[in-house]
Write a protein that binds this ligand. Structure first.
Ligand SMILES: *[C@@H]1O[C@H](CO)[C@@H](O)[C@H](O)[C@H]1NC(C)=O
Ligand SMILES: *[C@@H]1O[C@H](CO)[C@@H](O)[C@H](O)[C@H]1NC(C)=O
Length: 469
């Protein structure tokens, strides 16, 4: 992929979208956008007063980026002083998660790693961090299996390509978080696209429909010199991601010097590091080329392994909400950032230093994803030595690109934890002062069974949520 600035002329700061839209054939987009539903006076189109003041007099008020307000409201609480501190549990180290000894035990996440995971947005609101004094997690058998594969990929210098699947709240995002923790402790560089990424598709579309032309956040732009298919960058999202990557991986990136010449897009001096590169994008229009440059540098031989994790695989295996200049729908795989991920997952891009591409997906998606479901069921059957399911001859919505992206992956299923693992969790809840029942094998079995045979989310609901009332 050629690294170029976005083809769209650099817009004056205040009106980037207007420029972008002009390049997108404004009339067709506006004509095709359905009229907004009007429910109250506030929804009526407002008259906008035209001002012809000189640009120098305009002070752009910075609105929060899409999702920022929500992110603040949803800021994840990682400690709770009303919970008891739990004594006697180990702290995670680089050996912990690859060791069979750790199975069925709880470990504290070191503070440094907590900060890095926070920067990567690895903690989720669906998890119960807010009830405990400090973050701990359970190491379950499947996680040790996954981490051993991570270690193996580093030794063999070959990417692990893995998809985590299972029912809702079965611990897939937790396994991703654990993979990130292990990688960070082991000096890897970690990229993570959290599930909220999807909100960006929607929010951008909402803003777009609202024709909020001065809001630079609606920007998405064709990547220069791409055609057939044309790729699209999401500058605002990429800038945020780049900043998160920098924060989480600063210590490693600062030790790595640039090997390629990026002088066309940055003014970095000789001897500059990957940290300097990540920091060089101050404006969103440079975010995608910079992120791509960073990825290119990291996939040169002689670098540390990389982990690229993504939560919510189904969201990228579909047609996006974006339109191209001729108003055709854009396949999510043609969003440049998604493309980097998909190419690494399919094996098209090699990771010469080892590393892992891991995606999590829930089996309880509200939409049907025929190709994803087919390929995952085939891979799982193949791994288990069972008969490979055949495509449904009546299914019309198979998507070859999705199939190709996933067909080289290893599928790891996460369902309920074992009774022993469930017991370790409940003992931790008890020691935190959160479970009043006496823990014995009967009460453990009962909660384990009530919680859908060890579904962690369900067990939490049964054992923890009830006491909130
Ligand atoms: C702290 O824990 C208590 C239960 O022990 C809970 O009621 C409260 O909501 C928690 N605080 C936060 C900020 O989540
Ligand atoms: C999720 O899907 C599985 C299998 O498709 C089903 O058994 C389970 O009840 C679903 N769970 C929820 C919470 O919808």
């Amino acid at each position: 992929m050629a690294l170029m600035r976005p083809s769209i002329p650099i817009a004056p700061r205040v009106y980037p979208v207007m420029i972008a839209m002009a390049a997108f054939s404004t009339s067709s987009i506006l004509a095709a956008a359905p009229p907004p539903t009007i429910k109250s006076r506030r929804d009526l189109p407002k008259k906008t007063k035209k001002t012809y003041k000189k640009k120098a007099n305009i002070v752009a008020v910075k609105k929060p980026n899409p999702g920022e307000r929500k992110a603040f409201r949803k800021r994840i609480q990682l400690s709770n002083n009303s919970a008891l501190p739990v004594q006697g549990l180990g702290e995670l180290s680089v050996e912990t998660l690859t060791s069979h000894e750790s199975k069925g035990k709880m470990f504290a996440i070191p503070d440094q790693v907590v900060d890095q995971l926070r920067a990567l947005e690895a903690f989720k609101t669906t998890q119960t961090w807010n009830l405990f004094r400090r973050p701990h997690f359970l190491v379950r058998e499947e996680v040790v299996e996954l981490m051993r594969k991570l270690e193996e990929s580093k030794g063999k210098k070959e990417a692990l390509k893995c998809i985590l699947t299972g029912s809702r709240l079965s611990g897939k995002s937790m396994a991703l978080l654990q993979a990130m923790s292990h990688a960070l402790l082991d000096g890897w560089v970690v990229f993570h696209i959290p599930e909220v990424f999807v909100d960006f598709f929607r929010l951008q579309l909402t803003y777009f429909k609202a024709q909020d032309l001065t809001n630079g956040n609606t920007e998405y732009s064709p990547v220069a010199e791409t055609a057939d298919p044309m790729l699209f960058a999401q500058p605002v999202y990429c800038l945020k991601l780049l900043q998160n990557i920098y924060k989480a991986n600063k210590a490693v990136l600062e030790k790595l010097q640039l090997q390629k010449d990026w002088s066309k897009m940055t003014n970095l001096k000789q001897g500059a590091t990957l940290a300097d590169l990540a920091l060089s994008a101050k404006e969103s229009e440079y975010a995608w080329p910079t992120l791509n440059a960073l990825w290119t540098e990291l996939t040169l031989p002689g670098r540390p392994p990389v982990l690229f994790a993504l939560d919510g695989l189904a969201h990228i295996n579909k047609i996006s909400d974006y339109r191209d200049p001729s108003f055709n729908e854009v396949h999510a795989h043609d969003l440049a950032l998604v493309r980097v991920f998909v190419d690494a997952l399919s094996g098209k891009t090699a990771l010469p230093n080892g590393g892992a591409i891991i995606a999590a997906t829930s089996e309880n998606n509200s939409h049907h994803h025929p190709s994803q479901e087919l390929v995952l069921s085939q891979l799982e059957a193949g791994q288990a030595g069972k008969e490979i399911p055949k495509p449904n001859p009546y299914e019309r919505k198979y998507d070859e690109r999705v199939y190709d992206a996933l067909k080289n992956s290893f599928v790891l299923r996460l369902e309920g934890v074992s009774k022993e693992e469930g017991r370790a969790l409940m003992e931790y809840w008890g020691a935190s002062g959160l479970v009043r029942d006496v823990l014995n094998s009967r009460s453990v079995s009962e909660k384990w069974a009530l919680g859908g045979h060890g579904n962690v989310g369900e067990m939490e609901r049964v054992a923890l949520m009830t006491m909130r009332m």
